[in-house]
Write a protein that binds this ligand. Structure first.
Ligand SMILES: NC(=O)c1ccc[n+]([C@@H]2O[C@H](COP(=O)([O-])OP(=O)(O)OC[C@H]3O[C@@H](n4cnc5c(N)ncnc54)[C@H](OP(=O)(O)O)[C@@H]3O)[C@@H](O)[C@H]2O)c1
Length: 329
């Protein structure tokens, strides 16, 4: 079968062996995969325990072609999304040490076929296209955990989604709008801010404009919850816009560490700084139920053919996207 294989220096399309399945597994023919920044970090060598060569990709929508066990035959022919958690463990709030994410070291989704455990399969939400469904797994789960489990986001709260052009951030935005929160966004792109306003954001500002977030926050009395993945020195500016007892939830640190952190501000205002990762298998199910209930429509950026998948990675590297970058397999 064909797969996009990351070798020591570069990607190339290679013929690799089609995976075989064990008794508790299913063989899925992948229709669409989606990129996450994780894939780009691995490509750049900036990820823990990289093993090469690797077929990357944690997201997919595809069709079940075969199963290892007679009892699972009802899955054959079904269109599915795949839960990318491997070995999350029993703690609903944090993954265990043995935890892995689909796609390095295990074979990922940017390939024609994948073998996954039966309990990773979930039926595609019926209101979504194959591409939209492929966009969901990793980002949709990360946003769900950050916004609801950590941020405890609620209707009528002032919620800021920073860098809303990102794959995870757009899900957090869509979820927060769906529950009736007052949602505000930041982005480096004016067209992204305008689109978000048309989709229900109360307002939005460019995070590169000096004092813009501060001015916005002042005009509305501050934020109850901020969802961020950039951190860096922007973190102090964001924390300063929280209401007393407000929550700053972050699931990434694209801009690295802040050079300092205003500790006095944090303790004096009873603020909560909360780290977050993807989410448990139970969260994955709750997330899909939420997407079905609220008819969430993931925002897609652009779809690339498998042969052009390197361009898809370059688009993410350059930060040109709004929403999820898709690869047609
Ligand atoms: N912990 C986990 O389990 C987990 C899961 C998923 C992702 N992550 C991490 O979270 C980060 C985002 O992942 P992703 O897949 O959503 O990436 P992505 O699709 O590449 O999105 C990155 C977004 O970051 C925003 N950004 C860049 N600089 C910013 C700044 N200074 N302030 C605010 N926003 C800024 C940009 O938003 P605009 O385009 O709007 O400017 C960009 O679109 C990555 O670091 C990733 O590794 C972690």
């Amino acid at each position: 079968m064909k797969a996009l294989v990351l070798n020591k220096v570069t990607f190339q399309i290679e013929e690799i062996a089609q995976p075989s399945i064990t008794e508790n597994q299913a063989l899925v023919k992948i229709h669409f995969a989606a990129l996450n920044h994780r894939d780009q970090w691995i490509r750049e060598g900036q990820y823990a325990k990289i093993q090469l060569p690797a077929v990357l990709g944690s997201d997919a929508c595809g069709e079940v072609m075969a199963v290892g066990n007679e009892a699972d035959k009802h899955w054959i022919g079904k269109t599915v999304v795949i839960n990318p958690n491997i070995n999350w463990g029993n703690n609903p709030n944090a993954q265990q040490k043995e935890y892995q994410i689909l796609g390095m070291p295990s074979q990922g989704t940017i390939a024609e076929f994948i073998a996954v455990d039966i309990d990773r399969l979930h039926e595609k939400p019926t209101h979504l296209s194959l591409e939209q469904a492929a966009a969901i797994p990793l980002s949709g789960l990360t946003a769900f955990n950050a916004l609801f489990n950590k941020g405890k986001a609620q209707k009528n709260q002032n919620i800021l989604i920073s860098g809303v052009g990102g794959g995870v951030a757009q899900f957090a935005f869509l979820y927060a709008v769906a529950i009736g929160a007052n949602v505000y966004v930041t982005s480096s792109k004016e067209n992204v801010i305008e689109t978000c306003k048309s989709l229900g954001a109360k307002d939005g500002v460019n995070y590169k404009t000096e004092n813009a977030i501060k001015t916005l926050a002042k005009s509305i009395g501050g934020f109850d919850v901020i969802i961020d993945s950039a951190c860096g020195d922007g973190m102090n500016e964001l924390i300063a816009t929280l209401k007393p007892t407000g929550k700053f939830v972050f699931y990434g640190a694209t801009r690295g560490l802040p050079t300092n952190l205003n500790m006095r501000q944090i303790f004096w205002n009873h603020l909560q700084i909360l780290g977050s990762t993807m989410g448990s298998d139970a969260d994955f199910e709750k997330m899909l139920a939420f997407i079905n209930q609220h008819k969430i429509q993931p925002i897609l950026d652009k779809t690339f053919e498998l042969i052009d998948a390197v361009q898809a990675f370059d688009r993410m590297k350059n930060g040109n996207q709004f929403g999820k970058i898709i690869v047609k397999i």
